[in-house]
Write a protein that binds this ligand. Sequence first.
Ligand SMILES: [Cu+2]
Length: 141
Amino acid sequence: MRTLRTALAAVTSGALLTGCMLFARPPKDLDYSRTRASEGGRYRATIHPQGDTIPQGKLQRWTLHVETAAGAPVDSAAITVDVGMPQHGHGLPTKPRVTRALGHGDYLVEGMKFNMGGWWVVTFRVHADAGTDSVVFNLKL
Ligand SMILES: [Cu+2]
């Protein structure tokens, strides 16, 4: 009986430990694509960071391209951006903003600065003629 209890305790603490470790990692099925459909399917957006890899600790300007689900460029949208690390509960040290429309569905995003490596989530909230919808990008730095 005592042995069984000890064994159970070992299994239980093992399971707790595993659960904790799993939580410490990003979900396995994350989509890191740079082009993604919005949550409600109204838009499709593409991020163009400066350069191919996204650096840490360096202020960056991005271009965001927004089009309708049918592929027509969306101009005159109001777009807000929110960036954070879901595992750590913090955002960027900067306050990134979509500062202007560049035409042809492109928008300038300024103030992107990632201060650490890991899993980041960048959410653009798009308000335009087709309605309000969010596009979510996962980044691995
Ligand atoms: Cu963090």
